[in-house]
Design a protein around this ligand. Structure first.
Ligand code: NAG
Ligand code: NAG
Ligand code: NAG
Ligand code: NAG
Ligand code: NAG
Ligand code: NAG
Ligand code: NAG
Ligand code: NAG
Length: 486
């Protein structure tokens, strides 16, 4: 019964099949070809198409032999070029045959792929599968080539049987050759197979994602004050044809509201992997009481989908700020104190607190590990006028940014009321590896750079470094209670 069902399935399959496959090979390499359709319940015989001579199973020393679905050339020679037929014998005595063409190209110096490639072109998003490798048991790829040159670089992810090109573009079009090793009865053979890759992805949408604000966020505001609400969304890879990031107030687009108090500004930028971001800021010149009852919804949309995040406003609690700055620095996980820790615990308090009269909030000194850290950090940060972030390689390379770093950037970017001071303690060079949000801040205001000569006389308040920092800090309590523009 089972066999019968199988048979019907196979026959219907075969009636529509008119496959004629071609295989390109290099002289002296191994070649294994396979009959296009097969199941374990059928018998397959292989013939030379022109002479109808059967190709037998493997015997001692045979270079060409067949077994079930497969035909081996170990190794190939140019005389093997020609047509081969596999015949499938069904249980009901019907047969079905397929013609396959083999072309063996002379292995000349400097030639790394056959002049004619007849494996199907890979037209796509970046995955290039090594052709025919499935015909070879236990094959291992030893090298990939593009246009005969070995492939190298972080853009290429190598899988077992394929490579994946990150964000392929026109420059990636070309001939891709995989070279692998095949072992049969202890003999080792090279095999190379080439296909053409043509990049397709001009842009690929990702499901739109709003990075900030978070849905249901409550923003603290002051009546009469100006406010900027930023919404940042990732919309895909490369510039998108449909890319909307916009603000609605109670479901009405700001553009249609026509209120002079509200206006929007949008800009876009690309991420490290060509991710396409759009950011729209709703500027409110003066917050009014009615805003406290309204829903502010950021809508992000691309050709794929849309998504929303709604925030509301509430009056800022009346407290005085108690810290002038909250300090964010990379924490060493060893017992040895780093220069940065010495700087944070000794140099910075000595100059900013003792000499200039500021009050700093430093994790490890003012917040103790073990305290309910998350809420402690959030509270202190809210009570700080500035955020000081020490940029070092450790901070940048850290896979999981510390909790306070998350919150800090979030507050700085969303609430727009935290000013950030970036101290570049080590030469970072290019900022490419930095988090998007940090790069955004750097782009807007730059960094204050610590120079080595400061290390020699770090205490000198006159150094350019400390002057720049003081300029960015709020006015001290001694001189004024107000928060200067910085
Ligand atoms: C193989 O078959 C194709 C058509 O299927 C034919 O054009 C070609 O000449 C044949 N090659 C040989 C060597 O017989
Ligand atoms: C297939 O052929 C064999 C001998 O040629 C015969 O005995 C058998 O009955 C045939 N089977 C079918 C299903 O026709
Ligand atoms: C295979 O090729 C032979 C000889 O060229 C031809 O007679 C036969 O019809 C072909 N078979 C198929 C299935 O194309
Ligand atoms: C594959 O790409 C080459 C080069 O662009 C082209 O000449 C050939 O027609 C393509 N083949 C297929 C099957 O699309
Ligand atoms: C394939 O590899 C496995 C494990 O590496 C080994 O046990 C097996 O004998 C190999 N088969 C062949 C045909 O070489
Ligand atoms: C396989 O190719 C490498 C060069 O890529 C060559 O050194 C080696 O001799 C080849 N092996 C065989 C068995 O042809
Ligand atoms: C704001 O959104 C909430 C939750 O979706 C809804 O219940 C409320 O009616 C909305 N308010 C206005 C003014 O649209
Ligand atoms: C806005 O839309 C949401 C859901 O789409 C709905 O719950 C809310 O009542 C609407 N508000 C107004 C003022 O239409």
């Amino acid at each position: 019964m089972m066999g019968y069902v199988h048979l019907i399935f196979l026959s219907t399959f075969l009636l529509v099949s008119t496959t004629s496959e071609t295989f390109d090979a290099l002289e002296g390499e191994a070649l294994v070809i396979k009959c296009p359709r097969w199941s374990s319940s059928v018998k397959v015989t292989w013939y030379h198409t022109n002479t109808n001579k059967i190709i037998p199973a493997e015997k001692e020393g045979s270079k060409m032999f067949s077994l079930d679905r497969f035909l081996w050339f170990l190794p190939t020679s140019t005389e093997d070029s020609g047509n081969y037929t596999c015949v499938i014998h069904f249980l009901n005595n019907r047969t079905k045959s397929f013609n396959m063409s083999v072309r063996v190209y002379p292995n000349k110096q400097g030639v790394c792929f056959p002049s004619q490639i007849r494996y199907p072109n890979d037209t796509g998003r970046g995955k290039i599968v090594c052709p025919t490798i499935d015909n070879y048991k236990n094959a291992t790829i030893i090298q990939w080539y593009k246009d005969c040159k070995p492939l190298q670089g972080e853009r290429y992810f190598k899988g077992e049987k394929y490579i994946f090109i990150n964000n392929p573009g026109k420059e990636d079009d070309g001939y891709y050759t995989c070279k692998f090793i095949y072992t049969h009865k202890g003999n080792v053979y090279n095999v190379s197979a080439t296909r053409i890759f043509i990049s397709k992805a001009k842009h690929s949408p990702l499901p739109p994602k709003i990075l900030f604000p978070k849905d249901k966020d409550v923003i603290e505001v002051e009546l009469g004050a100006a406010l900027s609400l930023k919404c940042q969304a990732r919309l895909g890879i490369k510039k998108q044809p449909i890319a909307v990031v916009t603000w609605d107030v109670d479901n009405i687009s700001v553009k249609n509201l026509d209120l002079p108090r509200f206006h929007e500004k949008t800009h876009f930028f690309e991420g490290r992997e060509q991710e396409y971001y759009k950011e729209t800021t709703l500027h409110i010149t003066e917050v009014k009481k009615e805003d406290l009852q309204a829903n502010f919804t950021c809508v992000a949309m691309n050709e794929m989908h849309n998504t929303k995040a709604t925030v509301t406003m509430q009056l800022k609690a009346q407290y005085g700020k108690i810290y002038d700055a909250y300090v964010i620095y990379p924490r060493s996980h060893t017992n040895e104190a780093s220069f940065v820790e010495y700087f944070v615990y000794q140099i910075m308090p000595d100059i900013l607190e003792n000499k200039c009269g500021y009050k700093l909030c430093i994790y490890g000194r003012d917040i103790y590990p073990g305290e309910d850290t998350a809420s402690a950090i959030e509270k202190r940060m809210q009570k700080s006028r500035r955020l000081i972030i020490l940029l070092t390689h450790q901070l940048i390379n850290c896979k999981e940014p510390a909790y306070d770093q998350h919150i800090a950037l979030y507050n700085a970017l969303i609430q727009n009321n935290m000013k950030v001071i970036l101290l570049e303690m080590e030469t970072i060079g290019t900022y490419e590896k930095l988090q998007e949000s940090l790069r955004f801040i750097i782009q807007q205001q730059g960094t204050v750079k610590w120079k080595e000569q400061h290390t020699v006389h770090p205490q000198s308040t006159n150094s350019k470094f400390w002057k720049q920092v003081r300029y960015l800090m709020p006015l001290t309590l001694k001189s004024s209670y107000s928060d200067n523009a910085g």
